[in-house]
Write a protein that binds this ligand. Structure first.
Ligand SMILES: Nc1nc2c(ncn2[C@@H]2O[C@H](COP(=O)(O)OP(=O)(O)OP(=O)(O)O)[C@@H](O)[C@H]2O)c(=O)[nH]1
Ligand SMILES: [Mg+2]
Length: 517
């Protein structure tokens, strides 16, 4: 009785019931159709299962790292690229050469602007220093500021052309109309990787281009020609003691700390091609985000793919970080510890170190990222050391520093302990967090620590270990301390050395929404 009533109540039964008056032939056809449908269904199920398994295998073979922080991200990426392949920049040197030139021009704009300000501020004194401001040039000739500015104007003029080319032909807003006045030096920014081809295409179009470096040395419009023509004036200005004094007095720190200007002789040479070290030092602001993928082609982690995401770090760029949080296995955050006496370019009210501290607090305390391992590089240790050696007082900008010694070991230790304290206060206790002192512009070379390969890890592991260990300023002590301390060695190896480790410890999916940004 109950079976009968069930068959009437079951809505599916009505659809599955054979049609009334079905002939044996119709029944056979129907059953055959049903069998076929079942077979197709099983095939789809099987394909989905295989795809799920393949995707799982792929994910297990993939590690994604997001670079965050205010300064040093792209430089870190360049270190990784260089260590992944010695020839990574070989095809791009013509474009990087343009970036070096732009960085040099930006530095000169900064210098000329500082001098103009200096002369303006002292022009009402009884004997105008403008009269005294004479630059000694080669061959016993001299030039006053106004003349120097005029002599250097061709250099300033090529800026707009370079930027236009790097931006795919579009004018850079502040250099429209080729304006070479002493406007506020502009930070050149790029989006994505396309700009690297800007000067490469030139190579392919030109039969004269040198196949080795992609630069057409016979091109009369090559910006190197102008830099070469103005090299004496540029070197005379940069090497002038009074200019250095003005920069110091106005607390102007060139973005590259004078790295390129110290080498003007080489850089303005007619056949200048940037070295890997030059490329590492170039400054090109990142806008948006770019993904860089490396697949291990040999070694124990053969087949393992590393995805590194580099994003723009300025405040306006930070909302673009959020989508990456969903799918990242570790976050490598960079904080410039040398910036304790500087303010953000985009907001002069905010101290740069304070901005990094706030970001660190946000990262540590964010619940969505609670299971993501965090690696913090307290970067620009070389600059911190230079600053402290030149007498800049930490206490003046960080009163809590008190009467501690104003030297690199004490200050770096102090800042590191502050970031560690924040981690303890704000990060879940079981989260893996590692903090290191680094100088990302210092290229690491092969070292005795290649013997680290005795530990379980792949090539990429070594790269990260090198970055963590070999770039540390007080190199030897720290490395040996590390090697002698099994606990720290173990933790370093576990978190950084193995892509497999990160892949295995992948956290569950998270929302892309990050309230603090
Ligand atoms: N002296 C020194 N300079 C560094 C170091 N790391 C980075 N720089 C310089 O700092 C500047 C900014 O570095 P980037 O790597 O471009 O910074 P970023 O985080 O990518 O910056 P955005 O793209 O604007 O977000 C560049 O001129 C670098 O050469 C370092 O350890 N020491
Ligand atoms: Mg960048």
């Amino acid at each position: 009785m109950s079976r009968v009533s069930l068959s009437f109540d079951d809505p599916f039964e009505r659809f599955l019931r054979p049609p009334p008056g079905e002939t044996p032939e119709e029944k056979a056809a129907r059953l055959e159709q049903e069998e076929e449908a079942k077979r197709i269904n099983a095939e789809i199920e099987e394909a989905l299962k295989a795809e799920r398994a393949a995707s799982k295998r792929r994910r297990a073979q993939e590690v994604s790292i997001l670079l965050l922080g205010e300064s040093g991200k792209t430089t870190t990426l360049k270190q990784l690229l260089l260590n992944f392949s010695d020839t990574v920049f070989a095809e791009e040197r013509a474009s990087w050469r343009a970036v070096v030139f732009l960085n040099v021009i930006t530095s000169f704009k900064t210098i000329l602007q500082a001098l103009a300000k200096e002369l303006e501020s002292t022009s009402d004194s009884p004997r105008s220093p403008a009269d005294d401001f004479v630059i000694q040039l080669d061959g016993g000739t001299t030039a006053r500021f106004a003349e120097m500015k005029m002599r250097l104007s061709p250099v300033l003029h090529i800026e707009s052309a370079l930027v236009r080319k790097l931006n795919g032909g579009t004018d850079w807003p502040n250099t429209k109309n080729g304006n070479a006045s002493l406007q506020q030096p502009t930070e050149v920014s790029v989006r994505g990787q396309g700009w690297k081809k800007a000067f490469q295409s030139h190579r392919h179009q030109s039969a004269k281009a040198n196949a080795g470096d992609g630069i057409d040395w016979d091109d009369r419009e090559d910006p190197g020609v102008i830099l070469n023509a103005c090299r004496n004036e540029m070197m005379a200005l940069w090497n002038n003691q009074r200019v250095r004094d003005v920069l110091k007095r106005q607390k102007i720190l060139l973005e590259d700390s004078g790295f390129f200007l110290d080498q003007l002789d080489r850089i303005t040479g007619r056949r200048y091609v940037p070295t890997d070290d030059d490329i590492l030092r170039t400054r090109l602001k990142t806008v948006g985000a770019s993904e860089h993928t490396f697949t291990m082609t040999s070694g124990p982690e053969k087949g393992m793919t590393w995805k590194i995401y580099d994003v723009g770090g300025s405040r306006t760029q930070r909302p673009s970080w959020a989508p990456f949080f969903d799918d990242v296995d570790a976050i490598l955050c960079l904080a410039p510890i040398s910036a304790f006496d500087q303010v953000l370019t985009e907001d002069k009210r905010i101290n740069r170190l304070e901005d990094s501290i706030n970001l660190w607090i946000e990262l540590c305390s964010n619940k969505i990222l609670a299971k993501v391992p965090l690696i913090l590089f307290l970067n620009k240790c070389d600059l911190l050391k230079t600053k402290l050696d030149s007498g800049v007082s930490v206490k003046k900008y960080v009163p809590s520093y008190g009467d501690r010694k104003n030297d690199f070991p004490t200050a770096s230790q102090y800042f590191q302990s502050k970031f560690e304290y924040i981690k303890k206060q704000h990060s879940p206790s079981d989260r893996e967090v590692y903090i290191h002192l680094t100088s990302m512009t210092v290229r690491f070379r092969s070292s005795p620590f290649t013997s680290l390969s005795l530990w379980r890890k792949g090539e990429m592991a070594l790269i990260l270990l090198h970055i963590c260990l070999l770039l540390v300023l007080d190199l030897h002590c720290r490395i040996w301390a590390m090697l002698c301390n099994p606990q720290s060695r173990q933790s370093m190896v576990s978190i950084l050395s193995s892509g497999q480790y990160l892949a295995e410890h992948r956290r569950p999916g998270r929302s892309a929404d990050l309230p603090f940004l």
